[in-house]
Write a new protein. Structure first.
Length: 268
């Protein structure tokens, strides 16, 4: 199993995952044209994609869902409430090839299993995803709201993960955002901080094949600070990557997690 962030952050989110010949996009928050261009760089075409997993209706996760469904005929998996919210928006009406799931259910896309994890983000029916193939488990866990009950157990079951690490509390508190937006970000329906993300990793007591910190705020975080916070709380044995806000990340191969020891590669 391999995964590549095509983009991550409030300006657009899309992750490519390939396992046992199944090619998935998790969210479609960049234009279809740019998605196609970045896939071509990987030797893949939009028409090669088997499905799009839609976490929630916010535009930074769905801007090209309509095009991928209607023009390219790619099935889009989402909850009925998410589809209803999308269909209220101009340009996302009459979605074709939608396949519904219920929050918390499991999906089968060819030989690949997808577990859906309900989140507390301020969307109508948000979900994170765990993608499983041949005993390997990859989590795509962003837009979480807060560290809700059961999340530590999910994280502890994984071999590798994209994990939201949105903001540094000090930068958010002292930054230029209006008070209402600061409350929203740090509140129960917003995003989780570097500290919360790191404590979540630390609490599981595992060393993952890699952790890719995702959905970083441009105004209230930096890649260096996010990684430093994790290394300070979790320790230096863990391999870290950061999903770029304005471009593609590197190809990350999922391997079995280990309990201790150094994993080669990563952000140091």
């Amino acid at each position: 199993m391999k995964a590549i962030s095509l983009q991550s952050g409030s300006n657009g989110n899309c992750i490519y995952v390939e396992a046992s010949g199944v090619r998935l996009l998790v969210d479609a928050g960049i234009s279809a044209r740019e998605t196609g261009r970045r896939l071509e760089y990987l030797g893949c075409k939009i028409s090669d994609i088997h499905a799009v997993l839609v976490s929630h209706e916010h535009v930074d996760h769905t801007s090209s869902v309509g095009t991928l469904c209607n023009r390219y005929g790619i099935p889009a998996y989402m909850t009925p409430a998410t589809e209803e919210a999308l269909c209220r928006k101009a340009g996302c009406r009459c979605l074709s090839h939608v396949r519904h799931f219920s929050s918390g259910s499991s999906l089968a896309i060819g030989p690949v299993k997808v577990e859906t994890i309900p989140t507390s983000h301020d969307a109508v029916d948000g979900n994170a995803f765990v993608i499983e193939d041949q005993g390997l488990r990859l989590g795509v866990l962003t837009d979480l709201g807060h560290v809700f009950g059961g999340l530590e157990k999910v994280v502890g079951s994984l071999d590798a993960l994209f994990l939201e690490s949105n903001y540094d509390p000090g930068m958010l508190k002292n930054g230029c955002y209006p008070a209402f937006l600061k409350r929203r970000i740090a509140g129960p329906g917003g995003h989780i901080s570097n500290d919360e993300s790191a404590r979540l990793i630390s609490a599981t007591g595992k060393t993952y094949s890699w952790v890719c910190l995702a959905h970083l705020s441009q105004a209230n975080n930096t890649p260096e600070l996010a990684v430093a916070t994790h290394m300070g709380i979790v320790g230096s044995s863990q391999s870290y990557h950061v999903a770029p806000r304005n471009g593609m990340g590197e190809e990350l191969v999922v391997r079995k997690a280990v309990e201790a020891g150094r994993i080669d590669g990563g952000f140091r």
